[in-house]
Design a protein around this ligand. Sequence first.
Ligand code: GLC
Length: 441
Amino acid sequence: MATKTATDLLNDAKRVLKLNDRKSWTVPAAGLYPHQWLWDSCFIAIGLRHLNIERAKTELTSLLRGQWQNGMLPNMIFDNDPAYRRDRQLWRSWLNPYAPDDVATSGITQPPMLAEAVVRIGEKLKLSERRSWYNSMYPSLVAYHEWIYGERDPHDEGLAVLLHPYESGLDNTPPWISELRKHSTPWWINLIERLRLDGLVNLFRRDTRHLPPGQRMSNIEAMAYWAALRRLRRKAYNSEAILSRSLFAVEDLGFNCILIRANTHLKQIAKTVAKPLPETLTTAMARTQTALEQLWDEDAGQYYYRSFVSRKLIQQTTIGTLLPLYAGTVSKERAAQLVSLLKHRNFFGASWPVPTVPLNSPYFDPYKYWQGPTWLNTNWLIVDGLRRYGFDKEVQLLSKRTLQLVANQGMGEYFNPLNGDPAGAADFSWTAALTIDLLKS
Ligand code: GLC
């Protein structure tokens, strides 16, 4: 088969974004993901800015319809169609007094990519337009970052704590799965597992209706995630009430790296619009940068996730391990250590990089969602980090391989890092959007 030209690739990406366009926002993939997701829309806007800047702005402003009065940005805003009543009922955002009245959302967040997307759109605008764009987004961004610190950093340590793995965006990444197995599997789920009744769960799962079960989390894990969600719902998504009892709360490495980068962008936005950030916020932001060092394990030469409850590092190497590159605040020496893991053939040096867990991990499975496959968004974050640290050769190589992957395999949700096979949903929006961005940078 002839390989695609850059123009073919661009056209394919445009086709996918058009297919998934719902006028003012975009679904990640028709069928499997029928709602608006927070970090998806941020990545989508980063691609859309090259095609239609006004539509890219709308992708982000439509996220604000879901913002809670306390500043929280939910990871999902539900489509209002009667067909999705069950999804809205599952979360019941209306139980929380701060949730919006006119739209149903989830009750948890996702990695704070919004500031990055706002700035990427800003780069395309003349200064006066950029100022008015930033001015329009500034209050919501400040409110969101204030919410992260106010609600999710209860001891003022600088590290945001997440209450559910869905908040990490990397749903079944090993640090969360291992915490789940240790602290958060209720007795009745263990019983179901022993009696091997877990197959019944398929009746309620949308993902396994669309995809082979081997590509997703197990039914037992899915049930435990659902039970964790119900515990949050029972407390009406009140972080303080949840954190006072929960054993299942994690200082998530990837989220905090993205937060650090988002803080840097927010400072830049504040400067452009000449509005000082609240002092409590700038103090908290500075703390995060220092606090990241608490996640460093000198013996392993890596950053890890940490349990909020036991205060212990969760020693699992994952794609999160490489995200301090994206944060951009770790030393050049540390960055170089991460780059050597990136290239190492037992770790992340796969044929179609970057696998979401290293090849030598006991969790590695080339088809299983966030436990092995290569994803475009994490590649994009790594490319961005490498570029800022001046690893130009690595930037070239990773961008080239990523584009070859989608040229050969199409706009899949994720890919087998050993042979490039596409997996997950077909025609996935952020794959298309970030392909466009990689082509244009
Ligand atoms: C999956 C991914 C998550 C993404 C969502 C919609 O749940 O793990 O990161 O936001 O799908 O694409």
